[in-house]
Design a protein around this ligand. Structure first.
Ligand SMILES: Cc1cc2nc3c(=O)[nH]c(=O)nc-3n(C[C@H](O)[C@H](O)[C@H](O)COP(=O)(O)OP(=O)(O)OC[C@H]3O[C@@H](n4cnc5c(N)ncnc54)[C@H](O)[C@@H]3O)c2cc1C
Ligand SMILES: NC(=O)c1ccc[n+]([C@@H]2O[C@H](COP(=O)([O-])OP(=O)(O)OC[C@H]3O[C@@H](n4cnc5c(N)ncnc54)[C@H](O)[C@@H]3O)[C@@H](O)[C@H]2O)c1
Length: 441
């Protein structure tokens, strides 16, 4: 007989785990067919930022050359990867142990739908009143000859030895962040982008600062370039492109991350797809009333990030426990770890300049300010967007060393609707990222 649960969660990443831990009092099963913890701690944010920490130290140390630091600062690739593995290799076991400790049933197995209340979990039938789909996303592959020779960010993040020459198809988050790690470590890096725009979600002027910084570090940009095919070579691959042929040790696809829906048999449960993933309403309910979709797999109108998957997981759990409010997202900050970081939150630059009667947009070159001068960050730049009626901060963009921390503070002020006057009665450590806040707007 099929085992019966109140809720089955498909996917043991940040979204699925947040949902499972939020379902207090329910009989829950979590099913994961790869590594417990999902993309972020195994193949995404966390290992990426460990490598970033190493190369940021090199970049910052180089910035002080002639200002008190002498001698070459270089990346030892195998040691950097061993440092990363020291963290990642404990993630799956630790995550599964957490579920055991919380007495949440979990199975390392593949799940697929039989109908809206029944799943096949590695061949066993399991029934559930509610099902939460939290299956994440995967790297898109272009439809070109030799596509199977392309590697992904997951392969990059476990490269045991430093490659000589690599390429990325695409100029979004993944390509920019991994190219920065590689080029700072002494690798020759090519980026092939089919148009002339990187980091689409950020204001163009800011994205171009990142492009210029990467070019200065040695990244070779190939704008308006299509990769048309890939063939195997002795020491790697040859990329055929509209700009000619390139011999590369590795070529990575970084063209976006479509939803993981293959093999789920959503059609058996009446769950509809749309552009961007599984169609959900403002309660994260799919077209099947008892089934929710959260995180990267859901076509919810928010960036696909770990904190978003967490918010959506906790929200879906709350719905199953009886809450009926529509989901309301707070201001969601995001950052590209590009050495230095480009980060933003809230109302976007393009939205604000389109409504000059409503918003004041203030851009300041802050490289000569004490805070940025002391970290040798001469190109630092910050834009704030305020609402003309209320005077409140509604958006911000920063390109600076530790921009992610600056944006975290500004994000808190936006979410809480705090006026700048509130900063007068707040005492941050001086000098620090926070001690500048009142001067930005
Ligand atoms: C290189 C890289 C860097 C990133 N850096 C950042 C960052 O700095 N900050 C940030 O906020 N976000 C970052 N992200 C995005 C972040 O990793 C995702 O937004 C987050 O992991 C989404 O969580 P999720 O639970 O929705 O999906 P996932 O973490 O992908 O988890 C889904 C899980 O479901 C499992 N699964 C899929 N199908 C089935 C099935 N049929 N049966 C059972 N299990 C299944 C998968 O194996 C996977 O473990 C990065 C992503 C990448 C690739
Ligand atoms: N720091 C972070 O928060 C972080 C880091 C990495 C990934 N992520 C998440 O992962 C998602 C996926 O990242 P991504 O970089 O794969 O996608 P992306 O959507 O950020 O960028 C995709 C890039 O590929 C380009 N592209 C698309 N088709 C192409 C083609 N045929 N030829 C050449 N270029 C092509 C696009 O123009 C774009 O520049 C992000 O949107 C984000 O949600 C977040």
């Amino acid at each position: 007989m099929a085992e019966a649960y109140d809720v089955v969660v498909i996917g043991g990443g940040p979204g699925g785990l947040a949902a499972a831990y939020g379902l207090t009092g329910k009989k829950v099963l979590v099913v994961e067919d790869n590594l417990w913890g999902g993309t972020c701690p195994n193949f995404g944010c966390d290992p990426k930022k460990m490598l970033y920490g190493v190369v940021e130290n090199v970049r910052q140390s180089q910035a002080y050359a002639g200002f008190g630091v002498t001698g070459a600062s270089l990346v030892d690739w195998p040691a950097m990867m061993a440092f990363k593995r020291g963290y990642t290799e404990n993630v799956p076991r630790g995550t599964a142990a957490g579920l055991t400790g919380a007495q949440i049933d979990h199975r390392h197995a593949h799940a697929e739908f039989v109908d809206a209340h029944t799943l096949l979990v590695d061949g066993d039938q399991v029934t559930a009143t509610n099902i939460i789909i939290a299956t994440g996303a995967h790297a898109q592959r272009p439809d070109i000859p030799g596509s199977d020779l392309l590697e992904t960010s997951t392969d990059f993040l476990s490269l045991p030895d430093r490659p000589t020459t690599i390429g990325f198809i695409g100029a979004g988050y993944v390509a920019v962040e991994l190219a920065n790690i590689a080029v700072t470590a002494g690798v020759t890096v090519h980026i092939f982008q089919h148009n002339h725009r990187l980091l689409r979600g950020f204001p163009q002027a800011y994205s171009e600062l990142v492009a210029a910084s990467l070019a200065q570090k040695g990244v070779i940009w190939h704008w308006d370039t299509e990769v048309t095919g890939v063939t195997a070579a002795n020491n790697g691959v040859v990329a055929q492109t509209s700009a000619g042929e390139f011999n590369l040790s590795h070529l990575y696809t970084a063209m976006g991350r479509p939803a993981n829906v293959d093999g789920l048999h959503l059609e058996h449960a009446g769950v509809a797809l749309t552009r961007g993933g599984i169609q959900v309403d403002d309660h994260l309910r799919t077209s099947a009333a008892n089934i929710y979709a959260i995180g990267d797999v859901a076509a919810s109108p928010v960036p696909k990030l770990t904190p978003v998957a967490g918010i959506e997981g906790r929200y879906a759990a709350g719905q199953i426990l009886g809450n009926t409010d529509a989901i309301k997202y707070p201001a969601i900050p995001h950052a590209v770890f590009a050495g230095p970081e480009l980060a933003q939150v809230g109302r976007t630059y393009d939205e604000a300049v389109a409504e000059p009667d409503k918003y004041t947009v203030t851009t300041q070159q802050v490289g000569k300010w004490y805070t940025y001068n002391r970290v040798r960050d001469e190109h630092a730049q910050v834009t704030t967007i305020t609402n003309k009626d209320s005077g409140l901060l509604v958006g911000a963009i920063a390109y600076a060393t530790n921009a992610e921390e600056l944006i975290n503070y500004l994000s808190q002020m936006i979410s809480n609707g705090e006026p700048v006057a509130k900063l007068q009665s707040w005492v941050p450590v001086y000098p620090s990222v926070a001690s500048n806040l009142q001067y930005f707007y």
